[in-house]
Design a protein. Structure first.
Length: 263
């Protein structure tokens, strides 16, 4: 058995030597280059793949860093937007208060600033909601106006944090009024989608389409608040009173800041 093993080793060595002679004299060492190429190719492939893996790992790390940076920037942007929003809200409030100071010329004392956020124009009454209630000192019957002195209505119902405003075009609300710059007076009454009716205007009273109607202070509403403009007049000699319609000024006022006057 040992002789057989020696014989195989001897034959293997002879074959290797023969291949070497043939490679050197016949193939000019081409077989050696080929063998080395076959051995080197897998090694080169493995080295290349490992380099790609290292590069990808580096890229993943870079992407992770970018993700963290983007998250940080988003948080900073959110904080910046919030600061800008606070500043704009403060500027709007200051502008609102500056405008409201003009109302003091009419001897009106604002009691509380509020925000009107919803209007309900469904019959049987027209109402609006403001973001102030009993927790803020709101009381029933308080008059609600805009910063320009436009009459919106009066407080009808109070909840802890909100209140319902009865609008001036609600049929249940009547206001003592007069024509601006003229002695003509009457009583306004809400007429829902048709605006407001000015009652008790006799045929001889001075009034024309386009006239401004204001409160005259003969009831619980302060004098000088803008109610609206005359949009239609029907005169009939056979009737005692004219038929007068008013387009409410508050229709042109967007949802936003309002003032509650002292009772």
């Amino acid at each position: 058995m040992a002789r057989l093993s020696y014989r195989l080793i001897f034959i293997f060595l002879i074959v290797i030597a023969g291949v070497g002679l043939v490679n050197a004299h016949v193939f000019n060492n081409a077989l050696t280059s080929r063998a080395l190429g076959l051995i080197g190719s897998p090694m080169a492939y493995i080295f290349e793949r490992s380099s790609i893996a290292r590069t990808m790992a580096g890229e993943f790390g870079h992407i992770k860093d970018l993700t963290k940076e983007n998250a940080r920037l988003r948080q900073e942007n959110i904080a910046l937007v919030a600061r800008i929003g606070d500043r704009e809200a403060l500027e709007n409030e200051n502008d609102f208060l500056r405008k409201s100071l003009k109302i003091t010329i009419k001897n009106i004392q604002p009691a509380l600033a509020a925000g009107m956020f919803m209007i309900d124009f469904d019959p049987p009454g027209y109402n609006a909601l403001i973001n102030r209630g009993s927790n803020h000192g709101v009381t029933a019957g308080q008059v609600v106006i805009t910063e320009e002195g436009v009459l919106v209505g009066r407080i009808k119902e109070i909840l802890p944090t909100t209140s319902r405003v009865q609008l001036i075009n609600d049929p249940a609300l009547e206001i003592s009024a007069q024509v601006l710059g003229k002695p003509t007076m009457g009583i306004t009454k809400g007429n829902l989608e048709n605006g407001i009716i000015l009652n008790l205007v006799v045929q001889e009273d001075q009034i024309a389409e386009g006239d401004t109607i204001i409160s005259n202070g003969n009831d619980g509403f302060p004098a000088g608040l803008t109610i609206g403009r005359v949009s239609y007049i029907e005169a009939n000699d056979s009737a005692v009173f004219k038929k007068v319609k008013i387009d409410p000024a508050m229709r042109k006022i967007p949802l936003g800041p309002v003032l509650l006057l002292k009772p």
